[in-house]
Design a protein around this ligand. Structure first.
Ligand code: GTB
Length: 221
């Protein structure tokens, strides 16, 4: 009997973050590791991402994608949710706790991540624009507002709603994008929350795997 086919995800052939785990494949890898699901990786270059073959998987020509037999998914949130629904450990069974965990996953993507993405856009793509100096503090304030609210809700708890869930996985992944900005430092319970996520063995395995892609690609010139 042939072994079952493993899910395949696509990731940057050369990650612009130099293996710091900021690409959105990292959250998918982390979910797969939490689920104990082995997977395969297909490396995609920036140009290949825009070719019809990749666009057939991802209409916007991006990574990550997820293939499982005939099923093809894009959008890291949808992929993580699918993994969480198909395996134990990332969503509670309780009829109310489960949709609450999914709510946190959406909150991470739809409420917390957008101003963080704005910050990255303004810092890396709009530095020479006339509005840069005025807009930067406004975006930083919006992020502080969200972090303050999240910090208040988390309080002294380890995770957002009981046991670790896909909601925490997504929230930690989103907050990690802020590390270089220093904005998280004013919220000790959030920095401890992020550190708890990073300390999970599944996170460490996922991080090591994406770093290995960067190191192997760098050594091949
Ligand atoms: N909403 C989609 C999802 O959640 O899956 C967004 C996917 C997305 O933005 N993918 C990015 C991509 O493919 C990679 S992760 N970009 C190429 C393109 O659009 O042409 C975003 C990312 C890129 C770079 C860094 N970095 O260098 O630190 C971090 C994160």
């Amino acid at each position: 009997m042939s072994p079952p086919l493993l899910p395949v995800i696509t990731v940057f052939e050369r990650s612009p973050d130099r293996g710091r785990g900021l690409g959105r494949d990292m959250r998918v890898r982390w979910a797969l590791e939490e689920a104990g699901q082995a997977y395969e990786v297909r490396l995609v270059s920036f140009s290949a991402m825009k070719e019809p073959a990749h666009r057939a998987l991802h209409p916007f020509g991006q990574i990550p994608t997820y293939e499982e037999g005939a099923l093809v998914l894009f959008e890291s949130g949808a992929i993580v949710l699918h993994i969480a629904e198909c395996h134990a450990g990332l969503l509670p069974d309780d009829a109310h706790a489960r949709p609450r965990a999914i709510t946190w996953l959406f909150a991470a993507l739809n409420t917390v991540e957008p101003p963080i993405l704005d910050l990255q856009t303004i810092r890396f793509q709009e530095r020479d624009k006339p509005w840069y100096k005025e807009r930067l503090p406004m975006v930083e304030d919006r992020i502080r507002g969200r972090l303050g609210e999240l910090s208040e809700r988390l309080g002294n708890a380890d995770w957002l709603d009981g046991a670790f869930s896909a909601g925490d996985l997504m929230m930690v992944s989103v907050l990690l994008r802020l590390r270089a900005s220093g904005l998280l430092d004013a919220y000790p319970n959030l920095t401890a929350y992020v550190a708890r996520g990073e300390a999970r063995p599944a996170y460490k395995r996922a991080f090591a795997a994406q770093l290995a892609v960067f190191t192997s690609q760098s050594s091949t010139g």
